[in-house]
Design a protein around this ligand. Sequence first.
Ligand code: TXA
Ligand code: MG
Length: 435
Amino acid sequence: METKRIPIYSILDDHEAVEEAAALLRAGGLVAIPTETVYGLAANAYDGQAVSKIFEAKGRPMDNPLIVHISEFDMLPDLVEDIPEEALELARLYWPGPLTIILQKSDKIPDQVSAGLPTVAVRMPANTVARGIIGACGFPLAAPSANRSGSPSPTTAAHVLQDMDGRIDGVVVSGNAQVGVESTVLSLAGLSEGKRPLLLRPGAVTPQMLRAAVGEIDIDPAVLRQLEDGRQAPSPGMKYKHYAPKAQVVLVEGDGEQYRNYVNRQAAPGVCALCFEEDGQGLSLPAVTYGRAADPDSEARALFDALRRLDEAGYVTAYAHAPAKDGVGLAVYNRLVRAAAFQVVRLAEEQEQGPAYGTQNSAGNGAGGEPGSKAGNVSGNGADGGSSGGPSKSSSREPSGGPSNGPGRGPENEPGNSSGKGSGDRPESKTGEEG
Ligand code: TXA
Ligand code: MG
């Protein structure tokens, strides 16, 4: 099918284009729309058949439910069984905005949307083009992120077209996503059983902001760690691999100095650093940056585009500098650790355990030290490629150990392996959905 490009930058000036997008949606079609988080792939939330086409176009497992998007609060009562006080307060503070609330669903929600669950996820996007289109339709829109399943969420119309051209009826061409990572998902479904609100996916509405509205919340352990074997996912999206570029990603936790020392030792053809702008100098391997360490919002905005650029450049392995987990940084970490299939190298721990890297660090050159001031030193030390038992030499598959039991799948081991994800030892390597 031909995918119609529909430019909309202002709902007032581009009124006819808004109508055109709404007409496609009224006819049961699929249209990608901008939101402040990421682009979404929308269909009429009340039309089960239209919603089914979303799963087909994305290649998304049918058991992964969708978020329903509304343009005004009055659309909510039709979607849910009951609106608890906590939901009212959250909506008052953070809607429209990047917060999704899960509540018991009403009978009007087709099974295709809720994937058979008794609950529904709802959000009111801040993006005025998104709300303008929903308003013109007069019905809510079910919309997951507009990427092919398993690949990074789209933050630009060009990303959507990379994944979806020819598979959907239309793409609204609008500005880049302002936030860059998907909405915070908070479940209130357990409140009636006396449970606390449960954070299922971190986003730009941070845990601190949630607590300000509803008091104590629980954070699902799967936000930062791999879902334990045999545990049922509270959010089906958790069990699928997310946000993954084709390149193998390894997440490296440590300050700027530790990170540079470590990645310089991994330099090899096809290997790059996925790092902050502050890290850029002093690296002896190519770098793809994702924002500034000092500005978590900039990391969120840049991350998914950076993951796509890794693949465009054909990198086989990327060593990603882990963000701090405060504020929106928690969301950035959550997406990256999934992109890395939970393979984490913790340099801070290693520093305590052994002298190999620690001596450099004890000199007091922390993250803020001049980039590159020790680069010659470091790459000199590391030129042997990690003979002290770094990840490239290890055979352990422990996903979250320190470097001495790291991923063991560096490109030195598997030259030219650009399909690392499929080789079987990455968690969830075949399932391939994102959120
Ligand atoms: O920012 C966003 O939320 C974007 C934009 C387009 O709004 N949408 C998005 O949708 O990220 P999606 O489908 O890619 O991610 C929705 C996540 C999935 O992990 C899904 O499993 C979870 O929310 N989810 C949806 N409904 C749920 C429910 N009833 N119970 C538990 N988890 C649910
Ligand atoms: Mg998604």
